[in-house]
Write a protein that binds this ligand. Structure first.
Ligand SMILES: [Zn+2]
Length: 132
């Protein structure tokens, strides 16, 4: 996730926004992925649901995904998706100054499906809280 890290230093560096790997809980400074899940969204089916965005080192991606699928299982209709952090940041920076309605096309609404607040570095509780 993107988190603020308290960091001793000059006053303007006390809270630093950084990417933290949701598998190993260490800072991502090189290659990394943004990972999220999606379910539903088919024209005649359930409304589209999305998970919050998570972040992983490239080397941690498969281990995180195995954990992620326990919370958002494929048999529950969840598909896991990912993007390079570099691509994500370029698109985010662009969309921070350009409204989506300026683009050709139509927004497809979704429901945010939040898991219980937890340290994602821990295994899910028995019974898979948050799984559907
Ligand atoms: Zn990691």
């Amino acid at each position: 996730m993107i988190e603020y890290m308290a960091f001793s230093g000059t006053d303007d560096a006390l809270n630093c926004p950084i990417f933290i790997c949701d598998y190993c809980r260490k800072q991502i400074t090189g290659p990394g992925n943004i990972v999220w899940g999606e379910a539903g969204g088919h024209p005649e089916g359930e409304p589209r649901r999305r998970t919050p965005l998570f972040a992983t080192h490239k080397d941690c991606d498969h281990k995180f995904t195995a954990m992620f699928r326990q919370i958002y299982p494929p048999e529950g209709g969840w598909r896991d998706l990912w993007d390079d952090i570099d691509t994500f940041l370029r698109q985010l920076a662009h969309n921070a100054t350009h409204a989506l309605d300026e683009k050709a096309g139509e927004a497809h609404p979704h429901i945010m499906d939040m898991p219980l607040v937890r340290n994602w570095g821990q295994q899910p509780d028995e019974g898979g809280s948050g799984a559907r």
